[in-house]
Design a protein around this ligand. Sequence first.
Ligand SMILES: Nc1ncnc2c1ncn2[C@@H]1O[C@H](COP(=O)(O)OP(=O)(O)OP(=O)(O)O)[C@@H](O)[C@H]1O
Length: 300
Amino acid sequence: MNHFINVEGLYKSFGQQTVLENINFKVKKGEIVGLLGPNGAGKTTFIRILNGVIKPEKGSISVNGMDPATEGDEIRKISGIVTESAGLYHQMSGKENLELFAELYGVTDQNRVAELLNLFDLNEHQDKPAGKYSTGMKKRLALAKALLHKPDILFLDEPTNGLDPDGIQMVLSYLKKYNQETGTTIIICSHVLHQLETICDSFAFIEKGTIAEQGTLIQLENKYVQNVTVKVNTTFKPQEKQYSGFPCRVLGESMVAFDLPSKNDIPQLLHSLLKNNPVYSVTIMNNDLQSIYFKVRGND
Ligand SMILES: Nc1ncnc2c1ncn2[C@@H]1O[C@H](COP(=O)(O)OP(=O)(O)OP(=O)(O)O)[C@@H](O)[C@H]1O
C-alpha cells in the first residue's frame, strides 16, 4: 500500500546531540495522527523535517510521493503549518495578514479570507494589529493562515495552546469536519492527550528520538491494557474488599471501582450486580490515551 507519508530509517543530529534515531513512520492519506512525547523528544524537529524546513542526515522520506529534502517548496505548497511562533506580521491587521499570505500562496478565491475570518470568529478583530491579539486570537489567526490554500496536509504543533475551552472546542471540531470533508491528512502534536483522543485516528509515541509505538487507540489498548479497572455508578455498597471474585473499593457516593482481569469480565460483573442493584453507568478507567501513554513509557 502506498502511504501518504512514508519514513524509513530517519536520523537527525544537532552537533553532538542525536535528536532523531531510526524513525520509521507511515501515515495513510486522510488520517489524523497524534504525535505524542515528552518535552524535547523530537516532535517539532520531526515535523520540520517532514515539511522540508530542515534536512535529515540519513533515511528515506516521502510525503505525497515527494522528498522533503529536495522538494521542500513543492511540499510546502500543499501543506499548512501551525507552530508556536505562528509566523504572523504583528504590525499588520489580522485581515491584512491573511490577504498577504493569500496572495503569496496564490489563492484565487476572493471570499477565502472573509470565510476564514468568519469561521474562526475573528470578524470583530479583523482590523486590529495581529501583535495586539490575545494568545487565543493569534492561534486562531495562525490556523486560518494555514488553511488559506486548502492544503492536502496540515502539520499542527500544539494548535490549541492558549485557547479557552470554547476556542479548543471550535478548533478541534473544525479540524475534524475539515478532515472529513476534504480528506486532508493531519499530523498534530499536543500534550493535551484527551483532546487528541477525540479527533485522532491513530497515535505515534516519540520517546528519546525514536518512535516507541504507533497504532490506533484500540490496537494500543489491546496491547497495553490487560487488567481493567471499571468505575460503576450503582447503589450497591460493598461490605468486603471483593465482590464476585473481583477486588473492589468505594470511590465515592454511589461509585464503586472493580479490578477485572480483562474487559471480557465486565458482562459477568454486571450480571451479578444487576441481580439486586441498579447500575447507572460503567466506565473503564485505565484505557484512555493518557493511561496508555504512561504504559508505553513504562510508567504506570
Ligand atoms: N535548531 C536546533 N539546534 C540545536 N538543537 C536543537 C535545534 N532544534 C531542536 N534542538 C534540540 O532537539 C531536541 C528535540 O527538540 P524538539 O523541539 O524537536 O522537541 P519536542 O518534542 O518538539 O519538544 P516540546 O514538546 O518541548 O515542543 C531538544 O533537545 C532541542 O534542544
